[in-house]
Design a protein around this ligand. Structure first.
Ligand SMILES: [Zn+2]
Length: 430
């Protein structure tokens, strides 16, 4: 097979409803005209960034790759650890398959890549989450140290903590520079700007729409860079999203009810010290975990009033959660109604507006995800691919995130085994 470069751009939170807006942008419109793909891509359940990206990378659903939530079950922590580390993924990733086949990989802030042995130039998304840890040190030892020192010294001045768009400006500069300097075969980048603006300001806010425009600019910069380096004709560019999102007004503190029923104990800060039943939030959805001694009826008796009041949309039993690709080790999985999402702490009220919750130093969310891709309307994301060996203008009606990893592999002439998804053969030239 002749030389081919694969560039994968994840625009976090990109929704199918964004495409009409993006088609009016100068670069995206041209890209879209020459692309194939799908603008009706089902995310995974829960539709969270880490579950979704792990499904993109592995081609299997969360209950098969093991990243069934963004964060770990650390109910006694205000800020639980995220599944930052690749070792938390229980099956081979696309990156592993490609690395074994001799492809070099650059990865900038791609989720669940910390500690990866498969990525040559790795700047993982990882956070110093203990008082004694220092962010620079944690990042350096979780990725490629010398590479990250180089990027930080060249572009570190562009970033301002995790605030956006500065963080993406830094990622973007590092991405483009590394493509020129190292010419890796596979280049993956995760842009967080859009998702971050939506969390803070809402789905259709000016801030979110400005972020969409910036993404168009980033695509333009990449194409210019590839042309300048003389590798554009040998390139395949993928633009994908991981989930859509919903504007929200209130949080559901379900553990407050379990605490009242003496089924769990809390610490002073509202975190959970011990439990027989507990609600672990996945934002728009939540898992209920329970000891065997507590009956289903007892739990349902506590939750049912919230269903009757249209605060919880649906209660799924563990088997249904498993069929959706979520964690079947839960007792129940809950789907929040429109406008609500779940939070872990015990508070004085079960329902609180997002504004009200800030008195506990909780972040003010106006928009969130984690909801069911099977029940929420217009909740799909997108997958677009264009370039060498890719047909033009072939759009399929629907697909799943788990089809993406196997398709990346096929684009490079590789094969991922034992996946839940399928290769999107109809997009590929023979
Ligand atoms: Zn995301």
């Amino acid at each position: 097979m002749s030389k081919k470069y694969l560039h994968i751009l994840s625009f976090d939170g990109l929704s199918k409803v964004d495409i009409e807006k993006m088609k009016k942008f100068p670069t995206f419109s041209k890209f879209y005209e020459n692309a194939s793909g799908c603008i009706n891509v089902k995310s995974v359940y829960p539709s969270l960034t880490y579950c979704a990206h792990a499904s993109i990378s592995t081609g299997v659903y969360p209950n098969n790759h093991g990243i069934i939530n963004n964060t770990k079950m650390q109910m006694n922590r205000v800020s639980p650890d995220w599944h930052w580390y690749e070792k938390d993924i229980k099956v081979p990733t696309f990156q592993e398959v490609a690395n074994k086949a001799g492809y070099s990989i650059l990865s900038i802030l791609w989720p669940v890549t910390a500690g990866s042995k498969n990525i040559k130039y790795n700047m993982p998304e990882v956070m110093a989450n203990r008082k004694w840890q220092n962010q620079i040190m944690v990042s350096l030892i979780s990725g490629s140290p010398l590479f990250q020192i180089e990027m930080n010294s060249k572009f570190g001045k562009l970033r301002n903590g995790i605030s956006e768009p500065e963080l993406d400006n830094f990622s973007h500069a590092s991405f483009l520079y590394s493509i020129s300097k190292y010419k890796p075969d596979i280049n993956m980048v995760h842009y967080i700007d859009l998702d971050s603006q939506r969390h803070d300001y809402g789905f259709d806010s000016k801030e979110a729409n400005d972020a969409l425009k910036r993404l168009d600019g980033r695509l333009e910069d990449l194409i210019k860079k590839l042309k300048k380096e003389g590798i554009y004709e040998d390139s395949v560019i993928v633009v994908l999203g991981d989930h859509s999102s919903r504007d929200i007004h209130s949080k559901i503190y379900l553990n407050t009810l379990f605490n009242k029923e003496k089924l769990l104990s809390k610490c002073e800060d509202g975190t959970i010290s011990s439990y027989k039943v507990v609600c672990k939030s996945s934002d728009g959805s939540a898992y209920i975990y329970a000891d065997n001694e507590v009956s289903d009826d007892k739990i349902l008796e506590i939750i049912n009033p919230l269903v009757e009041n249209n605060i919880i949309e649906k209660i799924y039993i563990s088997q249904e959660a498993g069929e959706f690709g979520a964690d079947s080790n839960c007792r129940f999985m809950l789907e929040a109604a429109e406008g609500y999402f779940f939070a872990n702490p015990v508070r004085e009220k079960v329902i609180m507006t997002s504004e009200e919750s800030t008195k506990y130093n909780e972040k003010l969310y106006r928009n969130n995800h984690g909801f069911s891709p099977y029940t929420k309307k217009d909740y799909e994301t997108v997958f677009l691919v264009s370039g060498k060996g890719i047909k033009k203008g072939v759009f399929i009606d629907d697909m799943n995130l788990v089809d993406e990893g196997p398709t990346f592999a096929a684009i490079l002439g590789l094969d991922m085994k034992n996946v839940d998804g399928r290769v999107l053969e109809e997009l590929l030239e023979d």
